[in-house]
Design a protein around this ligand. Structure first.
Ligand SMILES: C[S@@+](CC[C@H](N)C(=O)[O-])C[C@H]1O[C@@H](n2cnc3c(N)ncnc32)[C@H](O)[C@@H]1O
Length: 312
């Protein structure tokens, strides 16, 4: 007896129908219903158990990332490494057959560039830097989820238009250690600085063949460190937080938690600079006022969403 299988959805549930070819049953009414199996549940169970394993073994909260995207990317890793289920991947990570770095390469995207969205950096230079320059003290900034460092160096270069380099203190972090290694070295292809004013390139980079290297004077403004926006503690009293193109990866709940904590990291009067797709719908909920399209200023120390409640 041979059977072919098809899936059908009825009453909001998936059913596996196996049609018996030998006895010529066909059609839903006469279908030879061999088994009821909601496949989504199995996959979800597999994924949920995988995320628990990863959280326990590596302290990474995969559930904070948008499920469809993260599953698609991790499914690509499974296929490449020949794993049938996410749990197989989890076991391979526990045994060391798949490294944390390889996993992190697939968890999120690390694309970045110097002065990404240049108009928004011009806004920052025009509206934020002059205010920071009047402080007459070192400014404390955080480039959160900085990837390979271009964003942190762009911030330092922008601030250098109004502040002396020793007054610029940038803490630049990412969850992925491999990108931070690149950032700390500060070596990039010449093409990556092609859009920058020539005088800035000369002042802040040394040319080495087809590459440029960040000069020590600029490099000293930035301190790189590993930090997980979902699970680690946040600093406080900052003048500037730049967190761009990272929030988009998180679930709405995680995004709100991260955003709330980023805002709590700012002193009153401090500035938050977000990515092109991360505009904040009701900034006042977070104690923020909008300065320009992607830049906000903290005006209220007691926002409607508190860091404590966002932490659960
Ligand atoms: C698309 S890149 C954005 C880089 C840079 N901010 C920019 O806008 O050009 C996203 C970065 O977020 C980092 N990331 C993802 N999840 C993170 C987390 N939980 N904590 C800190 N960084 C995270 C990734 O490692 C990646 O380098």
């Amino acid at each position: 007896m041979s059977h072919s299988r098809t899936w059908t959805r009825a009453s909001g549930r998936w059913f596996a129908l196996r049609w018996c070819r030998t006895c010529h049953w066909s059609g839903f009414d006469k279908g030879c219903l061999m088994r009821l199996e909601p496949p989504e549940t199995n996959q979800e169970r597999d994924f949920a158990s995988f995320t628990e394993t990863i959280q326990r073994a590596f302290g990474l909260d995969v559930a904070a990332y948008k499920s469809t995207q993260v599953r698609r990317r991790l499914a690509a890793l499974c296929t490449r490494r020949g794993f049938r289920t996410f749990q197989d991947l989890g076991r391979a990570m526990q045994s060391g057959a798949v490294s944390r770095d390889e996993f992190m390469d697939h968890l999120t995207i690390h694309v970045t560039e110097f002065f990404r969205n240049p108009d928004r950096w011009r806004d920052f230079a025009a509206r934020v830097v002059p205010q920071l320059a009047t402080l007459g003290r070192p400014v404390r900034c955080w480039s959160a989820a900085c990837s390979t460092g271009e964003e942190a160096y762009s911030l330092a270069i922008t601030l250098a238009a109004g502040l002396a380099l020793p007054q610029i203190c940038i803490w630049a972090t990412d969850v992925h250690p491999r990108v931070l290694e690149v950032a700390a070295v500060g070596r990039y292809p010449v093409a990556s600085v092609a859009e920058m004013p020539v005088e800035d390139v000369r002042r802040f980079f040394e040319t080495d063949g087809e590459q440029v290297v960040v000069r020590p004077s600029l490099r000293r403004c930035v301190q790189f460190a590993q930090h997980d926006l979902v699970t680690d503690r946040y600093p406080g009293g900052l003048d500037v937080v730049v967190c761009r193109n990272a929030l988009i990866y998180f679930t709405d709940e995680a995004k709100e938690r991260v955003l709330t904590q980023l805002c709590a990291s700012l002193r009153t009067g401090g500035f938050l600079f977000v990515g092109g797709t991360e505009q904040i719908a009701q900034p006042i909920r977070y104690g923020l006022a909008q300065v320009s399209r992607l830049i906000y200023q903290k005006v209220d120390d007691e926002p409607r969403v508190s860091a404590a409640s966002a932490n659960g």
